[in-house]
Write a protein that binds this ligand. Structure first.
Ligand code: UFG
Length: 340
């Protein structure tokens, strides 16, 4: 049973490739290394003992994508991760984001349609909810106007998928709306590889602790939360990766009659920035150099998931604790610094 993983050398993609291989799936990865590197393939092989089939090209190239699908007509499913994902950068370069994230999805859907490839798992985001009126957020919560071009690409992508499925019977899809994935594989062989200065909290924490950054700025300490810092639903990347395998199995096994389903993937627990820092200091034994500064423009105050639908319907539950998230991220950062 062969599955295409686009963006399979990226953060969530690489962990998902390993989980798929460990469940006996054959995996073909497509990536253009725009935010990763070929060493990730070696490290996937070290963990699973299997080197995934691999092709390097950009999925916005329609001719190349079409040829790829023709060659791999036997695919049973596609997990589509490959996309640009930096919220701030998307505000600076909206056309780059729309072109990359939407064109690649359309090329993939064309390839699936032309070759009767039935199942798509799409990487979506809790960003589609904006600052929700009610917490925790359910899949039925209203989709608010996106706060960034990046968020808008996720909303539009979900629409492109549902319209395509309506028009072409035979393609089914599951959109997985991730909350905040952090952590790394227990082996410390794969993890997050942020380009340049990290935007996200966890890599900024570990890079500060290892001495790559002088200080972490905590954005906002006057939010209406238990300690004044913003709240998110952090989820271990391995838990998240396993949900993708369950989603693929659900579609291949035709467990659901529905042609399109959406699931929130989080733990269901909201944690503040200081909660994450406290866990990091405890598990790493490092004192973190941080200061409280103004809020970051565009940040919502608090968001966390109602995961009951995913728990009941997918039969999946995130099980890893915040301490496992922060300790694995720290192990990964230390392993990376030794390899340099
Ligand atoms: N934060 C800091 N200091 C930093 C970085 C982050 O205090 O140096 C804070 C943020 O202000 C926020 C929290 O840590 O309160 C989490 O911030 P991240 O940047 O790690 O994550 P976001 O919640 O902003 O964004 C993430 C993903 C996006 C996705 C979004 C959906 O990175 O891709 O969740 O809400 F769209």
């Amino acid at each position: 049973m062969k599955i295409l993983v686009t963006g399979g050398t990226g953060f969530i993609g690489s962990h998902t490739v390993v989980e798929l291989q460990q469940k006996g799936f054959d995996v073909v990865v497509v990536d253009n290394f725009s935010n990763s590197n070929p060493e990730v393939l070696d490290n996937i092989e070290k963990i699973s003992g299997i080197r995934p089939e691999f092709e390097a090209f950009d999925l916005i190239d329609q001719t190349r994508t079409s040829a790829f699908f023709k060659k791999h007509y036997e695919l049973q499913g596609v997990i589509h991760f490959a996309a640009f994902k930096a919220v701030g950068e998307s505000v600076q370069k909206p056309l780059t984001y729309y072109r990359n994230n939407l064109q690649s999805l359309m090329n993939i859907l064309d390839g699936m349609r032309e070759n009767n490839i039935p199942n798509l798992v799409f990487s979506s985001s809790c960003t589609v909810y904006g600052q929700p009126d009610d917490l925790p957020v359910k899949e039925t919560s209203p989709i608010k106007k996106a706060w960034s071009p990046y968020g808008n690409t996720k909303q539009i992508s979900e629409d492109i998928i549902t319209d395509t499925i309506t028009a072409y019977v035979g393609i089914r899809a599951i959109a997985l709306r991730y909350f905040n994935p952090i952590g790394a594989h227990d082996s410390a062989l794969i993890g997050e590889l942020p380009l340049g200065v990290p935007n996200n909290l966890m890599p900024f924490i570990t890079q500060t602790a290892i001495g790559l950054r002088p200080q972490l700025s905590v954005f906002g300490s006057d939010y209406n939360t238990h300690d004044g810092t913003a709240i998110r639903d952090y989820i271990h990347v391995v838990d998240l990766a396993q949900a993708h395998v369950v989603a693929v199995e659900r579609m291949i096994g035709k467990i659901s009659e529905k042609s399109f389903e959406v699931f929130n993937l989080g733990t269901g627990n909201g944690l503040s920035v200081l909660d994450v820092i406290n866990s990091f200091e405890k598990t790493s034994g490092q004192k973190l150099n941080y200061i409280l500064v103004d809020r970051r423009p565009g940040d919502v105050e608090q968001v966390w998931a109602d995961t009951s639908f995913a728990n009941e319907v997918l039969g999946w539950k995130a099980v890893k604790t915040v301490d496992e998230m922060t300790s694995s991220a720290w192990n990964w950062e230390q392993a990376l610094s030794k390899r340099k």
